[in-house]
Design a protein around this ligand. Structure first.
Ligand SMILES: [Zn+2]
Length: 210
């Protein structure tokens, strides 16, 4: 089997919602459905994937505001992020009014914590707690496929914002250095916004993690 990934840009923040699946069984999962649920459903239909669950990296509106609607329309459960982000999921409707796009508060069926293992597209991913951008941010890592879903922790040549009242730059860097940088140089990852990258490329050129 091999893992397939399709990114769907959602919300006015151009967030990368990810559809991930196993090409043998066509079973998969959706990560971070922030909105534009009809477009996500169209992408699922196009691939013919049977979605078995929805997973959230963190509680920000552009990652989580479409999760309840998608969960209801697909008849699946939402898992994650860390319970530390509950205050964000409980405030999504209010945030939606502020930013002018539809958002529903989100109640996941389960929370994630460091060391958990989740199945995405038939493959096991380790869950790493990487706070700083938000307190309950989780990153999903598959060592065999050398592939990860990093949300808004580490970007190509950048790192996640920490200028929120609950943001913590020191925690973010502490999340990245021991958790992510020891991964192999050819370890590929997708981000919540913008292009994908590899650990090696970031070690060489990302000014925020020198
Ligand atoms: Zn975010």
């Amino acid at each position: 089997m091999s893992l397939q990934v399709s990114l769907i840009q959602v919300t006015p923040f151009a967030q990368n919602c990810a559809l991930i699946w196993d090409d043998e069984t066509s079973r998969g999962a959706v990560i971070d459905p922030g909105g534009d649920v009809d477009r996500i459903l169209a992408a699922i239909e196009k691939t013919g994937v049977t979605v078995e669950g929805i997973f959230l990296t963190h509680g920000h509106i552009d990652h989580a505001a479409g999760a309840m609607e998608l969960a209801e329309r697909l008849g699946v459960q939402i898992t994650g992020p860390g319970i530390e982000d509950k205050f964000l999921l409980d405030g999504l409707e209010e945030q939606g009014r502020k930013y002018g796009f539809p958002a529903r508060n989100c109640t996941p069926a389960g929370w994630l914590s460091q060391g958990d293992v989740i199945t995405l597209g038939g493959a096991e991913f380790s869950v790493l707690h990487c706070p700083g951008h938000t307190p309950g941010h989780m990153v999903f890592v598959n060592h065999q496929a050398n592939f990860g879903i990093f949300g808004d922790v580490l970007f190509r040549n950048s790192v996640g914002r920490t200028d929120f009242p609950y943001g913590d730059t020191a925690a973010l860097i502490t999340s990245i250095k021991p958790n992510l940088l020891p991964l192999p140089d050819d370890f590929a990852f997708i981000c919540g916004h913008g292009a994908a990258s590899t650990i090696g490329a970031e070690k060489r050129s990302n000014p925020f993690i020198r």
